[in-house]
Design a protein. Structure first.
Length: 356
């Protein structure tokens, strides 16, 4: 890419002694909408074809991909574009799209490539909407390096990017169409439009870590608020010694940028001396716990906990000691502490959501 153009695009403009920062608003490809020269990327595991529609979106043209995917593993449908000017400072991809989907689930995705073949990717936190044309966004400020990068530690820099892929990651067998009428990179920070609800009422999603002296069993019951499904963790702590019980589940393959807090609906009865829930978010190396611990409750309550209240556990290590929202991989809901006399406990959770 032209280094001079990249430098100019991110420079401040000095007018009459006043420094004015330029706004990033870069079409991903040719034309004002960024779709004039899109090319279909031929990838394995999925059948796809591209066609041009002259007036798909209220008289505006669109690129339409018809796709079919027979297997369950995650696959990518992508359109390749080459930005005509610098995207330095871009924080989000904004795409206007229409999706039809008979089965499966899809999320918007962005992949950025440098000239050496290194790639960085981001996936939308929320499932893509089906139906009419709508605007979707993908956070782009800190994309993740691809596992195949020649230099795994190479930092992402828009200066080095020569092409981008815009499209969908699709989970499960799927068949449908994806129409793209506009796509641009912007410095407007990504903000989630709605809460991200987690599927938790499935014991196969959870693994339970615990002290050997603790007995525990998780089941799913229709005992949540209004008779909804919930997890039901029954356990027993011995008394007099510190014990821990930490059920954990992996989060969807998306980061939490654009969200501000975790919201949990629960009720809990804990052994005497145990102060509250051990509620944690896990990165690849560190575990961050809520302080103070959410208190037990005999009735269903909903607690909204800002990410700022998650602190690195004293037993845990992290490279920077900060909860990085783009690196969160797991959710943990349990308890720990020394019970004065030991005894049974019960933790029930009906809903967990990340909220904007």
């Amino acid at each position: 890419m032209n280094t001079r153009l990249l430098t100019v695009a991110v420079a401040a403009v000095c007018v009459a002694g006043v420094v004015v920062a330029q706004t990033v608003n870069v079409p991903v490809g040719g034309g004002a909408a960024g779709i004039d020269d899109l090319k279909l990327v031929q990838l394995g595991g999925i059948e796809a074809k591209l066609e041009r529609l002259p007036d798909a979106d209220a008289g505006k043209p669109a690129a339409k991909v018809t796709f079919k995917k027979a297997d369950e593993p995650r696959r990518l449908v992508a359109l390749e574009a080459r930005p005509g000017k610098s995207a330095v400072g871009a924080k989000a991809l904004v795409a206007r799209y229409r999706l039809t989907l008979k089965t499966g689930e899809a999320r918007l995705a962005l992949v950025a490539w440098d000239a050496a073949g290194n790639a960085w990717h981001k996936t939308g936190s929320e499932p893509a909407k089906t139906g009419a044309f709508t605007d979707g966004r993908v956070a782009a400020s800190s994309p993740r390096p691809a596992a195949f990068n020649q230099e795994p530690a190479l930092e992402f820099n828009w200066d080095d990017i020569e092409k981008v892929w815009v499209g969908l990651v699709i989970d499960g067998a799927a068949e449908g169409t994806f129409e793209l009428s506009a796509a641009r990179l912007t410095d407007e920070p990504y903000r989630a439009a709605e809460p991200l609800a987690l599927t938790i009422a499935d014991t196969k999603l959870w693994s339970i870590g615990k002290d050997p002296a603790v007995t525990a069993e998780m089941t799913v019951a229709d005992e949540g608020p209004n008779g909804g499904a919930c997890t039901k963790l029954a356990f027993t702590f011995p008394g007099g010694k510190h014990m821990y019980l930490v059920p954990s589940m992996a989060l969807p393959q998306s980061d939490l940028e654009g969200y501000s807090a975790l919201e949990i609906t629960y009720k809990a009865e804990l052994p005497p001396g145990i102060q509250g829930l051990l509620l944690m978010l896990g990165e690849s190396g560190g575990q961050f716990m809520v302080e103070p611990m959410p208190a037990p409750s005999e009735k269903w309550i909903t607690a909204t906990i800002p990410f700022a209240d998650f602190k690195l556990g004293g037993w845990s290590k992290d490279d920077n000691g900060v909860l990085d929202l783009d690196r969160v991989q797991s959710l943990m809901i349990g308890t720990h502490g020394a019970s004065t006399g030991g005894g049974p406990g019960l933790i029930m959770v009906s809903d967990v959501r990340f909220v904007p």
